[in-house]
Structures are given as structure tokens and as C-alpha cells.
Design a protein around this ligand. Structure first.
Ligand code: NAD
Length: 485
């Protein structure tokens, strides 16, 4: 049993250590109180972490293992997280702000990644390539080596689980850069790796400021692969650093994803999509349903339903919201809340109609009312830029072509959705929506098994599913000349 720590440290080469860049206060976004302090890594700490990961990789300890055994250890990490679900979820509520029941879902989701990728470890197989009688040729998949994983604050547990499970299953060693706003829960991955028997150096964990520790990690010449989830601006900095060292990166950079709702859509069912699509995690979800593009004949009905859902949510401290229900917690910080509120005000100035919410709650904490904006048009900032908050923008269309044009009118392309009873129409839209994933008749359909990632400014590469395994391995071809021995 690990009590809620008052001081979170970094973990390098099997030891908990302080950081060269001092400490930072971790604030509870529900009340502004200090939850704990966290050691901040500097570039020297980052270097030690990378060297530890590299030394273990070069020792061959993980690569020499039979993959099915490595997979068993990865699965054991997932079970460990689930055994400590309540403790992890409580810590997550305190550092991130989401309701307790949402935190439990997040920890369970993290457990799934370890279960899934643990299972996949022994499936990363090569192929043999026929070259005639004189040769025997086959491919092999080798781990990249040191995997650097830079984690965002919106799902600190699930995002780390997503990349860590796949990286370890394929035999890589890892350096995790936890988010400075929500660093505390990441310590559980170190506990889980130790409990599962991973040697020191396999899972190194450092927290630090993005511009200092994050930049040092992204630019470290002995990092072999980088996974990043976060903002476009930071993604560009990371891809630039990766390019200088000629290493691959996976970028998952958010979106402005749209649901197209046709005149024959089941609006009763769509209420659930509004509830989850934009108010889950207070809208701080890269694949949030932040735009609804509805046929003009159903617009007033849909807006009334969205208004009712927004007004039905009880907003307040996540720790008091234990059981699944119509509740929403704080945003991650007052700065993020103020940014979202300012975007709503600018949208109103540009002509959008505020149907619900849109203002900070009159109480301490980073709370924003669940918000619905109607009368949004494609050129408005609110229709183009990611709010990363509980703000739904409703736009209208007249015909199918216009719906697709509006859906595809942002620089992003993470996910999209189409809601209709007409299979042909749904299939056509699924092909035409510019996004890495399209949901038909259920927002967030899919799971850890389904590949996820964007096009355009939403990034490149795929996490989740079997596709993600290929981020963590490189193909080697071995060509044997026969008959000369
Ligand atoms: P960010 O992209 O700056 O931070 C994400 C991670 O990157 C953090 O761990 C941070 O320390 C690190 N980082 C920052 N600068 C870095 C650098 N130069 N080199 C290496 N690492 C660096 O995001 P933010 O400032 O916390 O949030 C800003 C906006 O980003 C949000 O409003 C939201 O729109 C978006 N965002 C998206 C996601 C997502 O899931 N797609 C997650 C978080 C934030």
C-alpha cells in the first residue's frame, strides 16, 4: 500500500532521486490547494535516465527474453495497476480534477493496454522472402532501443500506459517524461514494473518542465524513438529535435473533430454521444466531439437536447463524484479554464449564440460550466481551434456535400463521426471525412485494439492496435547465401 506521497521523486536506473531543477507544487485543480511537491529533472537527470535505459538495452536483458515471457511481465504490470485501482484513481482525481468514477475508468483503461500488448508480444513475427535456391532470406523485428515518451496531463495514466505497454512488450527500454501539472500517478508505473520483475533501467521516470527536461529528452542523441501527445506547437518542436537526430517520432496532436448528424439520425441515442463526446474529462480529450454539424431541419431539436444535457450535469470536485452519473469535474488548471472561457467570449463576439454554460463557476477551482454554442459558422475561431474544454459548437448544413466540406475545413484530422440510418450515406461520409478514425452512430466506438492517430495537424503515426507495435520495432532483413559453406 503506497500512501499518497507528499513529495514525488524521479526514478532513474532503479532508484528514486531528487531533480537538478528543484521542485514544483502540484495543485489540486478543484480547490487550488497543494497536493504534493514534485522533483523536477534538469538536462543532466535526463541524460542519466537515457544512459540507464541505453545500458540495459545494450545488455540484451530484455531482447534476449522469449517474447511470451516478456509479455507475461507486461500483463503483470496491468494486473498490478488494477489491484491498486482505488489508490491510483484517488491520486488522479487530486492532481487532474476529473470525477473519481472517470478516474477509475482511466485506470481500468490503462490495465487494458498492458493486457492487450502483453498478449501481442509473441505475435511480432517476421516473414521469409523467396529468392531462389541459392538464398535463404528472412525479416526480423528488433526493438528500437531507448523509447522516449512525453506525456500530456489530460490522461496521464492512460497515455503512459498506451506507449509504455507496447514499448516494453517489444523489448524496448523507456524514459517517461511525466507532465508537470499531473506527475504523481506516473509513479505507479515504476511500482508496477518492479513488481513484475523488470530490471532497473527498463522504466525510468522523470518529471520536468517541457522546455527544459522535455526538450532535453526529445533532443537527446541516444534516444532512438519518441512518442508525444500534446499541442501542435510542442509537437513541431519535438519533430524538429527528432529530425536533427534522425530518429522517428509519433505525434498525436489533438483535433477539432466533427460529428455530422443527418436528418434521419436517432437523436435519442445521440444524447449519449453528446454526454461522452464533449463533457467526459471536461472536454479535455484530443478526440473530443467539439463540433456537431447537424442538418438544418433537426438543428433546433438537437440544440435543445444539448442544452438540457449541459444543464443536467452537476459540476464540482471530482473527489465528491464517486459513482457514475451526470457529473463533471474541474479542468486541469485555472489557466486552461480561463483560456477556454476566453474562447467562448470571443465566439459570442463573433456572433455565436450561447445556449448553455460558458462561464467559470462562482467558486474556487478550475471549473467551467458545460457549454453549448449555436449559430457557429466554419470561419469562426471556435470552429477551427481546439478549445480543450467542455464546449460544444453546433453548426448546420443543407446537403451532404456541404456537411463534408465543413467537417474537413480545419487544419486538424484526428477523428470524425457520422450519424444516420442510411448505410450508403454513412459509408460515403466515412470515406470522405479527412481523419484517422471515423465513428458511425457512436462517438468513441473502438478500443485499445483499434488504431488511433491523425492526419494533417493532428499528427502522424498510429497508437493503439497492432499498428502501434511497428512504432517500437525496426525491420532487419537477413539474407543468407546457400551452398558456399
Ligand atoms: P504541451 O504540448 O506543451 O505539453 C505536453 C507535454 O509536452 C508535457 O509533458 C510538456 O512538459 C511537454 N513539453 C512542452 N514543451 C516541450 C518541448 N519544447 N520539448 C519537449 N517536451 C515539451 O501542452 P500544454 O501546454 O500542457 O497544453 C496546451 C494545449 O495543448 C492544450 O490547450 C490543448 O489544446 C493541447 N493538448 C492536447 C493534448 C492531446 O491529447 N492532444 C494533450 C494536452 C494538451
Amino acid at each position: 500500500m503506497h500512501a499518497l506521497p507528499k513529495y514525488g521523486q524521479n526514478h532513474i536506473d532503479g532508484a528514486w532521486v531528487d531533480g537538478g531543477a528543484g521542485r514544483i507544487d502540484v495543485l489540486n485543480p478543484a480547490n487550488g490547494e497543494i497536493v504534493a511537491t514534485q522533483a523536477l529533472a534538469d538536462a543532466a537527470d535526463v541524460d542519466r535516465a537515457v544512459q540507464a535505459a541505453r545500458a540495459l538495452h545494450l545488455s540484451g536483458a530484455l531482447t534476449a527474453m522469449r517474447p511470451i515471457e516478456r509479455g507475461r511481465m507486461v500483463q503483470a504490470m496491468g494486473r498490478y495497476l488494477l489491484e491498486h485501482k482505488t489508490e491510483i484513481a484517488r491520486m488522479l482525481v487530486l492532481e487532474q480534477g476529473k470525477p473519481f468514477w472517470e478516474s477509475v475508468i482511466e485506470v481500468e483503461g490503462a490495465g487494458l493496454y498492458f493486457e492487450y500488448y502483453g498478449n501481442q508480444a509473441s505475435t511480432v513475427e517476421g516473414r521469409s522472402i523467396p529468392l531462389g535456391a541459392g538464398y535463404y532470406d528472412f525479416t526480423d523485428h528488433e526493438p528500437m532501443g531507448v523509447s522516449a515518451q512525453i506525456i500530456p496531463w489530460n490522461y496521464p495514466v492512460e497515455m503512459t500506459a498506451r506507449s509504455l505497454a507496447a514499448a516494453l512488450a517489444t523489448g524496448n527500454t523507456c524514459v517517461i517524461k511525466s507532465p508537470e501539472l499531473t506527475p504523481l500517478t506516473n509513479a505507479w508505473f515504476v511500482h508496477a514494473a518492479e513488481a513484475a520483475g523488470f530490471p532497473p533501467g527498463a522504466v525510468n521516470l522523470i518529471c520536468g518542465l517541457g522546455r527544459e527536461a522535455g526538450a532535453a529528452l526529445a533532443g537527446h542523441p541516444q534516444v532512438n524513438q519518441i512518442v508525444f501527445t500534446g499541442s501542435v506547437q510542442t509537437g513541431i518542436a519535438i519533430a524538429t529535435a527528432a529530425a536533427r537526430n534522425v530518429v522517428p517520432s509519433v505525434l498525436e496532436l489533438g483535433g477539432k473533430s466533427a460529428a455530422i448528424v443527418h436528418d434521419d439520425a436517432d437523436l435519442d441515442a445521440f444524447e449519449t454521444d453528446i454526454r461522452w463526446g464533449i463533457y467526459f474529462n471536461a472536454g479535455q480529450v484530443c478526440s473530443a466531439m467539439s463540433r456537431v454539424i447537424v442538418h438544418e431541419s433537426r438543428a433546433e431539436e438537437l440544440i435543445a437536447r444539448a442544452e438540457a444535457i449541459a444543464n443536467s450535469l452537476s459540476v464540482g470536485p471530482g473527489i465528491e463524484r464517486e459513482v457514475f452519473g451526470a457529473t463533471m469535474g474541474a479542468m486541469v488548471s485555472e489557466a486552461q479554464r480561463d483560456r477556454a472561457e476566453a474562447m467562448v467570449r470571443r465566439a459570442e463576439d463573433q456572433g455565436a449564440r450561447r445556449v448553455a454554460g460558458g462561464r467559470a463557476l462562482n467558486r474556487p477551482g478550475a471549473f467551467l460550466q458545460p457549454t453549448v454554442l449555436a449559430g457557429v459558422t466554419p470561419e469562426m475561431e471556435i470552429a477551427r481551434e481546439e478549445v480543450f474544454g467542455p464546449v460544444l459548437s453546433v453548426l448546420t448544413f443543407r446537403d451532404d456535400a456541404e456537411a463534408i466540406e465543413i467537417a474537413n475545413s480545419t487544419d486538424y484530422g484526428l477523428v470524425g463521426g457520422v450519424f444516420t440510418r442510411d448505410l450508403d450515406r454513412a459509408t460515403r461520409a466515412a470515406r470522405q471525412i479527412r481523419a484517422g478514425q471515423v465513428f458511425v452512430n457512436e462517438w468513441y466506438a473502438g478500443g485499445v485494439e483499434t488504431p488511433f492517430g491523425g492526419v494533417g495537424k493532428s499528427g502522424y503515426g498510429r497508437e493503439k492496435g497492432r499498428e502501434a507495435l511497428w512504432n517500437y520495432v525496426q525491420t532487419k532483413n537477413i539474407a543468407i547465401r546457400m551452398g558456399r559453406g
